[in-house]
Design a protein around this ligand. Structure first.
Ligand SMILES: *Cc1c(COP(=O)(O)O)cnc(C)c1O
Length: 398
């Protein structure tokens, strides 16, 4: 542990049981990608040829006609939308984000999909110069509303697959794509965090967008896959608004390596290891009064379960958020849980980003904090509203 680069920089050696979070450094990059990045960094590489190589790999894994690597999935959204407006017109590409001379600059999206992943999805669309046209209400969107929102100025329809979106009342992708296609409008699917590399193109997406640094375990990057003309139009934005979203050789090479490793990965073995961590945590938590740990399948059907840990404050002597904060506060073994819904009295433990031995550390720390709470004469219950306010303030760099 003494050669841990985090300790050398005075940073905390966090253990991540929250999932793939940009604020924590995304994911554990797979050794194949680390090796490829290390090999590529000292070399000159012809980037267009490297991207052609990436295109073949992306096409093989996604079933799309072509693809390329971007700086991030957020960049992929902006570049893809830009491409649907400009096509391969180089002059139009250089004029963006000015769309005043383009025939189409509107993008439809279901209101329940206008979420944030750390930045607003709709801002990624507007960044290209496009105008966002919301469809339906947050709680429901219907085919007639989508059909009514599309007109002769509609350049694209964006569909978001994510646990962030409203999980009911939304059109399934196939229905959404059928309406869009009946009006000649291409469908861009933001599938940043999804394991399924083929399903969204198969279900009617014209482009599917992914993050390299999430489940794939690549370096920071994004993937655009799908229809060749749309992929090309998005790629050409690199000599326009895409310049500020440049991906380097390391991102491209690392993404290719991560995709190839994904093809060969022992998915069943990983699932078994994740299941063992969940079982350990469940066994650890079950004896505690007021704590109810239940296995919770991923809301967007990724092959991933999490442990949903219900904490009844009166019986456990601690609230769910105080337990989460106690785990995170520790000096030498800070543990970050998935706490975005913690006001409801539960948090999740996500097993997809663990190094060997960390599941046991997490179990030990849970036991320690819950035993401390049990011995406490009062219920550890800080004011949730104050916590919420405190966390909304960003004082960086102080
Ligand atoms: C993470 C995420 C993004 C952004 O992906 P980056 O590659 O980190 O830019 C976009 N959309 C959704 C649904 C996400 O989960």
């Amino acid at each position: 542990m003494t050669d841990d680069i985090r300790l050398k920089m005075g940073l905390r050696p966090v253990i991540n049981v929250s999932g793939t979070m940009t604020s924590l450094g995304a994911s554990i990059v797979v050794p194949e990608a680390v090796a490829a990045v290390t090999a590529a960094l000292p070399q000159f590489i012809e980037i267009n040829d490297l991207q052609k190589h990436a295109s073949r790999t992306i096409a093989r894994l996604t079933g799309g006609e072509a693809g390329f690597v971007t700086a991030s999935c957020a960049a992929a959204i902006t570049l893809s939308v830009a491409g649907t407006m400009t096509g391969d017109d180089r002059a139009a590409i250089e004029r963006l984000p000015d769309t005043s001379r383009l025939p189409r600059d509107e993008v439809v999206i279901q209101s329940g999909h206008m979420v944030g992943y750390g930045a607003p999805v709709e801002q990624g669309i507007r960044l290209a110069g496009a105008k966002v046209v919301p469809v339906g209400q947050a709680t429901s969107a219907e085919a007639y509303q989508l059909a009514g929102a599309i007109n002769e100025r509609t350049a694209a329809a964006v569909y978001v697959v994510s646990h962030h979106t409203v999980q009911y009342g939304q059109m399934p992708l196939a229905e959404f794509a059928e309406v869009a296609h009946s009006k000649g409008v291409p469908v861009i699917v933001d599938a940043a965090s999804e394991y399924d590399l083929r399903g969204f193109l198969a279900a009617g997406g014209d482009l599917a967008l992914y993050s390299s640094h999430k489940f794939l375990g690549g370096p920071t990057g994004g993937i655009v896959a799908g229809r060749k003309d749309l992929v090309r139009a998005a790629y050409l934005q690199n000599s326009g608004i895409g310049r500020g979203m440049k991906v380097g050789k390391e991102g491209i090479v690392g993404t290719i390596a991560a995709l190839e490793a994904w093809e060969r990965r022992d998915h069943a073995g990983i699932r078994t290891r994740e299941q063992a961590a969940l079982d350990l945590w469940q066994e650890t938590l079950e004896p505690f009064e007021g704590v109810n740990p239940v296995i919770d399948p991923d809301p967007t059907n990724n092959p991933l379960d999490r442990l949903k840990v219900w904490v009844a404050a009166d019986a456990a002597h601690i609230t769910a958020w105080d337990l989460a904060d106690q785990l995170a506060r520790h000096d030498t073994q800070p543990i970050i849980v998935r706490d975005h819904e913690v006001e409801h009295g539960y948090f999740y433990l996500d097993p997809c980003n663990l190094h060997p031995g960390q599941a046991e550390i997490v179990a030990g720390r849970l036991r320690e904090e819950l035993e401390t709470a049990r011995r406490s004469n009062t219920v550890i219950a800080s004011d949730f509203a104050a916590r919420r306010k405190r966390r909304a303030v960003n004082t960086w760099p102080d």
